[in-house]
Each structure stands twice: as structure tokens, then as C-alpha cells.
Design a protein around this ligand. Sequence first.
Ligand code: EPZ
Length: 399
Amino acid sequence: KNAAVAIIPATILADSPCRLENLPDISDVKTLTYILEDMGAKVDYLDRHTVEIDPRPVETDTVSADIARRIRASYYFLGALLGRYHKAVVPMPGGCNFGIRPIDQHLKGFAALGCDYSLDNGMIAVSSPGDLHGSSIYLDVVTVGATMNIMLAAVKARGLTVIENAAREPHIVDLANFLNTMGARISGAGTDTVKIRGVNSLRGGTYAIIPDQIEAGTYLAAVTAVGGNVLVQNVIPKHLECITGKLQDMGAKVIPFDDSIRIIRSGRLRSSTAKTRPYPGFPTDMQAQVCVCMALANGTSRMTESVYETRFFGYCSELESMGARISIESKTATVVGVEQLHGATVSAHDLRAGAALVIAGLAARGTTRVQNIHFVERGYEDLIGKLTALGADIKRIEE
Ligand code: EPZ
């Protein structure tokens, strides 16, 4: 998901059609291709996971579709439109609401490339009087969004751009690889220093999106919480080490293969401590799912959140209504493991919190009803089908 939502806007930079493969069939992807169509691009879904995008008919530097307010990733159109038109007007980002999610580092990067910006009536307008020019940018915080957005704006800027203190997530490397197949000259993606040498034009091409480390990690956490023996296919095990290390600490057995990974959990989980960090640390997007494992472990565990201070509030009280024992003090949740959770009616407040509640429902005694499941379907293709194939008794109901 987090690679696809940056690569789809990036197609605007090409001067010929792009074919994207291994796309997740999720609402965030559909929203972004809808926005492209609304701007005039030609979008053809060859199958559920393959789309052909011809950006040539796009003739606007403005994202006017109201739907763009619903997902945070709309802000990648800023960097892509700046790269193509030296101007971009995009709605202020929406998306999962856990804590304030500023974009000051994105704007700092655009300013360094020669742009001015303004924020009024819910729109962000960024523009440069002439060509964007390369620059050195030191990010004050490690931020995935700003790293990717600055990369998008810099690929066609005049000269060299250096992003220091850059984020290193696999989806950043994937965006850089996609842009380089189009003729960009990006080096260092995946390290904390990314160099982008501007080029005059980018051509279309075919590109397969990397497997989603957080989607795969969520299924690994589900097996760890519920118990079982499961092979997760079409993954890059290296990208999952930051997650499987923690699950193994807690007692799961993990066997990596070339493009799949087997996880086995039998017997009681052990308590553990975890602290979320930017990649290659333990990912904040796995905080909620691993907290469910901690809620069922033998002993007291601690989870410290270092990226989004209020992420715990999306699901901890829901888990308590299922019998979990969690107390939150500043950025740390202390989880006293219990033998068993019990079913309840709970509500998803964001994508990963919702996934964690589904996992808790699978592990609990009795039936659990998770409301607002649309949050979860934003980022997990066929969640119910995949869990049913593993033996889960789960169904979607229209309320
Ligand atoms: C991306 O969000 C992901 N979303 C998030 O995943 C993920 O949690 C996050 O990266 C961290 O890995 C997408 O890729 C669409 P950041 P993003 O910019 O880019 C602060 C999911 O569940 N910050 O890396 O918005 C910010 O407040 C979603 O799939 C600034 O201060 O995250 C946060 O504390 C949820 N100024 C930290 O940096 C800025 O200009 C990391 O944010 C930008 C960010």
C-alpha cells in the first residue's frame, strides 16, 4: 500500500504510459487512480492488480477532486505536479487521525527547491517561478512522506538534490527504483542520504510494486496471537526482519524462504518490550497488532511509541473491553498478559487499529463485532477471504 500510494501519483511525471503490476486491490489505490482520471489521465485496469496509466492527457496542476481530502497520500500529487508543472494545488491531507500530522518538512523541501507555498481554504498551493533547482535538504525529523515528496519534486529539477536524514523504508526504495526505471537518476534510497540528479524527461515503463511488509506483518502477528502454522507467500523476508524479530522474542517460530515465510506458534507467548522506530526499527504500523500478542502473553510487556504519540488511543480501550489489561503512561503502554480475551462489540478508528481488533477477535473466546471495517479494507486486500482460508470464522455484515 505505502509504495503504491506514492508510485501512482508519480506516473504524472512520465511522458508516456506506465504499467503498474502487483498493485493491491484496495480502496486507497482506487481513490488515487480515480483522482488521476479526474485530472484527465487515461486509466485502464488490465486486471485487479495491474493498471495502465497514460498521463499525457493531464492538463491541470490542481487536484480538485473532493475525494482527495480523504487520504493522506493525496499529498504525493504535490511533488509529482511540481516535477511536471513547477506548480501544484492539492487539498490538505486527510487519512488516519492519530495525533497531528504536519507537513512542514515537505514544505521545507519544496522551498529549498525554489518554491513558494500558501495554505488557504483547505488547499496547499506550491509553485516555482521557473525550473526547480537542486538543493541540499536536512530533514528535522525522519519522515517517509517528506522524503518521497521531495524526491518526486526533485527528479526533474536542475542540478543535484541531496536529502539528509532521509527515511529508509522499503517503499522509499521502491519509489526510487520506479523513478529510475523511468530514467531518473536517484542514488542512496534506503540510506539516510538520498541523491537525486535532475533529468529533463522521464519515460513510462512497466513496474511491479514490492509486497507490503505491514500487510504481511499483520498476518504473521495474527498467527502469533491466535496460534497456528501458516506460510505467508509473495513477501520479501528481509523487509520483515524488523517484525519477525519481535514475534520470535515472544515465542513464535519463523522460517524464511526466498519469497515466503512460515510462522508457527504453539504454547503460551512470552512477554516482551518493544519501541517503534523508523525503518529498519520496529514499525509504528505494527504497534497495535503486536500489542494484541502482548495482551495474551505470559507476564507484563511494554510498547513504547516514538512516531505517533496518540496511536494507542485508536484501540487500547477497545481491547480492554475484550478483557485486556493495558495502562498508558505518556508514550508507553504497559500490557499485563491474560490467559484469554472475550468477544465484544468494538470499533475500528484507523487502519492498523482495526486490523488489530480483528486479530483480537480471532484470538478471543466468543464472537467479536468490529465496526467501521472500511478503515481496514483501505489497506488489506480480501482480508476476510485470506483469514477464512486459514480457518477463521469471519464474515462481513452490512449494518
Ligand atoms: C507514512 O505516513 C505511512 N503512510 C504511515 O502508514 C506510517 O505510519 C508512517 O509513514 C511512518 O512509517 C503512508 O505511507 C501513506 P511520516 P507519513 O511523514 O508519511 C512527523 C498506515 O497505517 N512529520 O513518516 O505521514 C509526523 O508527525 C499509515 O499505512 C513532521 O513532523 O509519516 C510523524 O510524527 C499510517 N513533519 C513522523 O514525522 C512532516 O512534514 C513520521 O511521519 C512530516 C512528518
